[in-house]
Design a protein around this ligand. Structure first.
Ligand code: MV4
Length: 501
């Protein structure tokens, strides 16, 4: 069962590929990066020990090309593949092909991956084990007349979900009986097109829940621990943008109950490696199991900051067949961590993706500041993939200080050349309901529906100003006055106050 992993292929790109390469280096494991046509200049290609061209930009021909990736892993004698998040991370056929090729898939076994990907089947299994679930259906129901009866029993509003979906894809809310059947028909078509499975089911719709998830690690021998929660209620169109831990909504007693429930969900699913158990928490603090995310998640760093545990290294240790070295009673949460996702999106233009060459990148630094990114000055941001540029994570002793640190770090983060939603993030952090932690999944829809950015100077104007200041500095030096600084305005950029915020 134990296997010495000496080389890992990273079947991903961008910040998460770099994150995995860093963990491998620390464990003395060689790395192979794979890259598409538009990622030749990406940092993973530079950081990995070897890199192999995969194919054209389209994900189907590169990062989703199962046979090609396995072929490269075999050829270069990689004992394991790390899928990161997205792309092939939750594809049980990929996991199964790895298993059949005697390559370790760094993630759960394919059988349990298939189970947790089938929301209706896992709902049914959890119901039988008395895991708290939102009232709704636990089996496939094809007769539309029956559906109407079931919805009546559940009580409106109900939510239609795709069994093969997840993460909000293919969901619709139904508030009146006459909207049910058209909703189900549309939902089925959508689910069929998106996941190749038209199965949908109904649940009672919970208004304004909090989204709280628990990080779990499980080894190959039935041992598991949870590494506490992350609160991910701040999202926009199912895209999380701010995550934090601990959740201000939990006390130790509720945290303990939810954490133990999460471990049971993982054990019942026969799950191994790192996984996340998602819950909704309603306004009366009842929690309900939603689904298992079978991957390392985008927001994993906040858990690392408060527990001091490197989750990617744990994933590799587990995949190598080592027993979990962590014991639940030894795990503690220390301080508070917040993550902001930085996307190449234009908040002034309905968050439309913004692509192009990065003219200047300057990342914040300081105690308790972590920046997981794959960007640098001069990099061309391709439009073919998820527009995430970077993740800014801060740690401090409590929530208030962490928010303060995040505001400073965001203001120091300079990205010129593409638009980012940094101004939007800053306004959320400044909002009174955020400060008092009154969070829920409709927070942005409720408080920021009509958000417009404060007038900030355009990059072109900044460039002109920078040139003017540089000239001034040179002239000062020329007459030998005591110059305040010999730094160029570009180096000082984050400190400019042109308009007051
Ligand atoms: C819900 C819900 C309300 N009631 N289910 C969205 C992601 C997917 N994992 C489940 N989701 C939801 N399921 C019931 N019965 C509200 C959401 C939801 C949501 C959940 C987590 C994070 C953001 C969200 C945004 C809108 C809706």
């Amino acid at each position: 069962m134990k296997k010495n992993i000496k080389k890992i292929l990273i079947a991903n790109r961008g910040e998460i590929a770099l994150r995995v390469i860093r963990a491998c280096r620390e464990l003395n494991i060689k790395t192979v990066a794979v890259y598409s046509e538009v990622d030749r200049a990406g940092l993973p290609v530079q950081y990995a020990d070897e890199s192999v061209y995969l194919g054209p930009a389209e994900a189907r021909e590169s990062y989703l090309n199962i046979d090609k990736i396995i072929e490269i892993a075999k050829k270069l004698k990689c004992e394991a593949i790390h899928p990161g998040y997205g792309f092939l991370a939750e594809n049980f056929q990929f996991a199964r092909k790895c298993e059949k090729s005697d390559i370790i898939f760094i993630g759960p076994n394919s059988k349990s991956l298939k189970l947790v990907g089938d929301k209706l089947r896992s709902r049914d299994m959890m119901a039988k084990a008395s895991i708290p679930l939102i009232p709704g259906m636990n089996d496939v129901q094809n007769d539309l007349k029956d559906l109407k009866k079931i919805a009546g029993k559940i009580g409106y509003p109900v939510i239609i979900k795709a069994s093969g979906g997840g993460g909000g894809k293919g969901m619709r809310i139904v508030r009146k009986p006459e909207e049910l059947l058209p909703g189900v028909e549309a939902g089925r078509r959508e689910a069929k097109a998106a996941f190749g499975d038209e199965t949908v089911y109904l649940e009672k719709y919970i208004e304004k829940p909090r989204h709280i998830e628990f990080q779990v690690l499980a080894d190959n021998y039935g041992n598991s621990v949870h590494l506490f929660e992350r609160e991910c209620s701040i999202q926009r169109r199912y895209q999380k943008i701010i995550e934090e831990t601990p959740s201000p909504a939990l006390d130790d007693e509720l945290r303990h109950r939810m954490g133990e429930t999460a471990r049971r969900v993982i054990e019942l699913s026969g799950y191994n490696n790192a996984g996340t158990v998602e819950f909704l928490l309603d306004e009366d603090k009842n929690f309900y199991f939603l689904e298992v995310n079978a991957r390392i998640q985008v927001e994993h760093p906040v858990t690392e900051m408060v527990t001091g545990i490197d989750l990617v290294k744990q994933q590799i240790e587990i995949a190598s067949g080592n027993k979990l070295a962590l014991k639940q009673q030894d795990l503690k949460q220390r301080g508070h961590a917040i993550e902001c996702r930085i996307y190449a999106e234009d908040p002034e233009n309905n968050f439309y993706p913004s692509y192009g060459k990065l003219l200047l990148v300057k990342e914040p630094q300081g105690p308790g500041i972590r920046c997981d990114s794959g960007i640098y000055t001069g990099l061309e941001v391709p439009y073919h993939y998820d527009p995430i540029l970077s993740k800014l994570i801060v740690w401090d002793e409590n929530r208030k200080r962490a928010i303060q640190k995040m505001k400073i770090a965001l203001s120091d983060y300079i990205i010129l050349g593409v638009k980012t939603q940094i101004p939007f993030l800053l306004d959320i952090l400044d909002h009174s309901e955020f400060k008092s932690a009154k969070l829920h999944t409709h927070y942005i829809a409720e408080h920021f529906a009509k958000w417009i950015p404060a007038k900030t100077p355009e990059n072109r104007h900044l460039a002109l100003l920078a040139a003017a200041l540089m000239k001034m500095n040179r002239e000062k030096k020329g007459v030998k006055t005591e110059s305040r600084t010999s730094l160029s305005p570009w180096q000082l950029l984050g400190r400019w106050e042109i308009f007051s915020r």
